[in-house]
Write a protein that binds this ligand. Sequence first.
Ligand code: SF4
Length: 466
Amino acid sequence: MIERRDRRYTVGAEGEEAVAWDMFIGGEGNPIRRARGERFWCGRRYTCRMQERRQTRQITIGDDRVGRVTIGGGAPIRVQTMTAGYTHDIDACVAEIERYRAAGADVVRVAVPERKDTEALKEILKQVRVPIVADVHFHYQRALEAVEAGIHKIRLNPGNINDRDQVNKVIDACKERRIPIRIGVNEGSIIERKDKQRRMEELGKYFAGHRSGHLLALMIAKLEEYVDIFRERDFHDIVISAKSMDAALVIDIYTEIAARFDYPLHLGVTHAGTKDSGAIRSVVALGTLIANGIGDTVRISYASDHIDEVKDALEMLYCLGKRERKGVDLIACPTCGRIQVDLFTLVKEVERTLMPEIELPIKVAVMGCIVNGPGEAEGADVAVFAGDRRGIIYVQGERVANVEEGDILPRLLKEVKEFEARVKAGEAKLGEKRVEILPPAPIGELGSGHAKIAAGQVEQLTIGRS
Ligand code: SF4
């Protein structure tokens, strides 16, 4: 984790209110604060920036029928999810896989705890249109059966298959058929319960000062031990993962692994919780790693419909500029005291209606007022600014309608669809602004900062300089 180095400010009233409000913002050692209503700028120089993607080996999974997906080695970061139902329920399993594929999953994993699950694989693999991974937990025979059925990739859990001969048999079978293997360590399955305290102290010494040093050491030791077995058999079609439910530990463990291995990494936070908390936990860890150039495939996992995992993973990658967006890029203001329409309902309705209908990454802005809205919607292709129970709609800066609140949604949808049709016909281009939307002029002479820049009083950006 990177240290913060910025200025320190104090905000808040004195006296009784100070208990609730007086706080430091910025400065070494002070926690990051949430601003209430005002925007604070306290950073002077940041140590974080998007890093170059880490170079890894590349693996390929799939076949002629479902297509081939490359992982690592400069390939786009791939989105994975896992089926929630039983694999032996063939029709339901195929339907579930198809839903995830249609939502954008590049790879789908299925659990094969029993023989009837691997027996179902043959039929499933005939019907699906995306590469499938068989997740093998305890029984190496399931891996051999899955290979026999024509699976595209195997996931082994080193915490649960400890017999070297068994691992060798799986490696040999996969090598013969050129099937990659993910070595997936999970915090929950490697914790040593025998002599737990003594082992924790022993292992913790390897990462002294880290609050979970023993886990870091254990996961890395387990991985190194396992990877050595693969290397001994000259097998390198490997992906590595090391998941924990602790987001901060996930950042540290993957950072360590990235420095030690050149195999592609599958990122994930395990048992992340419900959709709300789990999404935040996953995106914090995975987003940080990806911004640091680490990660070749991702799974965001939480206790919810797995379709949301795919959508959230894609949104995270879009936001980080790691995948090209498909469908509407919706911008909405958070609302404030200037709001004059029911914006939350409007935004939800716009999202619900536009998402399934629009294919192109059209930027649509839904703003609560005409005062700050134009500035905040900068770059939107289609925008609506609400005010006085009405909505003013713009297409690439050109004002096209001024309608009552009840008509905002249908008119906005019509404009977005027509705009998409024009883009498809080559009559318009995404991100092109024909007319500048100008908000009311500010009062007074302050504002642009141009004079300060011209006088050389603004420090140059450090981003992009080594
Ligand atoms: Fe407030 Fe208007 Fe900005 Fe929305 S667009 S947050 S209503 S100033």
